[in-house]
Design a protein around this ligand. Structure first.
Ligand SMILES: Nc1ncnc2c1ncn2[C@@H]1O[C@H](COP(=O)(O)OP(=O)(O)OP(=O)(O)O)[C@@H](O)[C@H]1O
Ligand SMILES: [Mg+2]
Length: 342
């Protein structure tokens, strides 16, 4: 079902993304060592990656919320478990891994344990391409990030059957995490193939919504579809939210829009007060560095040091919330206007 809010996991469920799947398939066939899949929140990265893996031997590792080594290995074991059909023969003989029926157990500390590097080395031995996906890789922090980066660099240099895919919605932070241009990073100087997942065109959004509603035997008015196409700006996660709410019986567009904006505002609430203030300034029309500064100083009665403001703007860009004083997602724009800053 197109309006299923969970990430899609198969190519049959996926709307379009033919070009992206072809690029990923080609990269895997060529044995590309490192691929970056970049895109703003809700643009469909996870769905693309999981559907891509359907046709390959691979492990999908979700790095959201991973803050300890125990969690890292538990996500890796989830990743292997969910692809066990294709991986069983390869992992069953690896020391440190036990296959228990439909699940796997990884011993990562103590006797007979296996490290991430060790696991990648074992996976590499089988002369079959294996894809390892780290989704939202930019979120991990030291010391786990160091372990992961070292493993990636090791695989890059030594393990020709492994393709690593890193994905993230905070594009600047992901680039920083990889650090291919940072001499202190283990991945310094490595080339990575990049794929930017783009928003749907208005025509694709229209087709997506019509197809989704058709699956449910519902035909909303053309006006309503056009409104959604315009407001959600090709961001598939919002289109799904809208479609799902509508088929669940919420027929008032403004109510759905309100819920969506509130959701985005909750996400922005996690930012620091000054970061929110900058977003509010931009949402209310400030479109240059000095107009943002003036807005903050006049409206809120606080002074912001020059370097602080520059740093905040850079950070908001790295988080892929804004670029060149514009919001990348129009829903975040609306949400930022609603922010209340203490
Ligand atoms: N090509 C697609 N066809 C159909 N549905 C899609 C497609 N891409 C994404 N979706 C749907 O859109 C929503 C968001 O997708 P997904 O979680 O894959 O995006 P994401 O970029 O990984 O988001 P986040 O940044 O929040 O992790 C989900 O409901 C998913 O099912
Ligand atoms: Mg995702």
């Amino acid at each position: 079902m197109l309006f299923d809010p969970r990430p899609k996991t198969s190519r049959l469920e996926l709307f379009d993304r033919e070009k992206e799947l072809t690029l990923l398939d080609r990269a895997a066939e060529r044995g590309e060592p490192l691929v970056l899949v970049l895109g703003i929140r809700r643009i469909g990265k996870t769905s693309l990656l999981r559907s891509f893996l359907e046709e390959w031997r691979g492990i999908y590792i979700d790095m959201r919320g991973v803050s300890s080594l125990a969690e890292l290995y538990s996500r890796i074991s989830d990743g292997i478990t969910s692809h066990l059909g294709k991986l069983r023969d390869i992992v069953k003989s690896i020391r440190g891994i036990r296959v228990l029926g439909a699940e796997v157990e990884i011993r990562w500390r103590g006797r007979d344990s296996i490290s991430l590097v060790g696991l990648l080395e074992e996976l590499n031995k089988h002369d079959k391409r294996i894809i390892i996906v780290f989704d939202e890789a930019q979120l991990i922090r030291p010391p786990i990030s160091i372990e992961v980066k070292r493993a990636i660099a090791y695989a890059y240099d030594n393990l020709e059957n492994i393709t690593i895919v890193l994905s993230g919605s905070e594009i600047g932070l992901l680039r920083e995490f990889i650090g291919t241009d940072n001499p202190d990073s283990p991945l310094y100087g490595r080339y990575a193939l990049e794929l930017l997942v783009e928003r749907f065109t208005p025509q694709m959004s229209r087709d997506f919504l019509e197809k989704g509603f058709m699956e449910q035997g519902i035909r909303p008015s053309k006006d309503l579809i056009e409104k959604a196409v315009n407001i959600f700006d090709g961001i598939v996660g919002w289109l799904v939210y809208f479609g799902k709410s509508y088929i669940d019986g919420v027929r008032d567009f403004n109510r759905i829009l309100d819920a969506v904006i509130n959701l985005a505002a909750k996400e922005l609430e996690n930012l620091r007060p000054r970061e929110k203030l900058v977003l509010k300034a931009i949402a209310e029309g400030a479109s240059t560095w000095s107009s943002v500064r003036r807005y903050i100083e006049e409206k809120e009665g606080v002074t912001v040091p020059k370097s602080t403001l520059t740093r905040i703007i850079k950070k908001l860009e790295k988080l892929s919330i804004i670029q060149d004083y514009r919001f990348l997602d129009p829903i975040y724009h609306r949400a930022a206007s609603r922010l209340r800053i203490k």
